[in-house]
Design a protein. Structure first.
Length: 119
């Protein structure tokens, strides 16, 4: 009796686990992103995101030990060492106030994928 009860509980738990898993929404998959329709120019698309989220908080202003994002060169240094992709795209731990909106993440990811040009 205890064996049957135990197996029943295990089966129910397993089925619950199987049915609770859901397929990841492809529109939110930043690793397989189609950038053909996403504008990712630095001046027009990336700089406003940086200004509104990284500079307005005071975290990446001129002279900041965390990196100066007031210039393209300052941001590019963090792009080149992988920090932007790791912290903003992969871990989503930046900005500290919470992850960026998915549209902003897509713009940044496409910009990174294109070599982070200063355009």
């Amino acid at each position: 009796m205890n064996k049957v009860f135990f197996l029943t509980i295990i089966c129910i738990a397993f089925l619950g686990l199987v049915f609770s898993c859901k397929k990841k929404d492809k529109k939110d998959d930043l690793n397989n992103l189609d950038c053909s329709a996403i504008s990712s120019g630095y001046a027009s698309n990336i700089k406003p995101i940086i200004d509104g989220n990284c500079l307005s908080s005071g975290c990446h202003n001129a002279g900041s030990a965390n990196g100066d994002f007031t210039t393209y060169a300052g941001l590019k240094a963090k792009v080149d060492n992988g920090s932007v992709d790791n912290r903003v795209i992969q871990q989503k731990t930046m900005p500290l106030s919470g992850s960026l909106a998915m549209d902003d993440l897509k713009k940044i990811k496409c910009w990174l994928n294109s070599g982070a040009p200063n355009n």
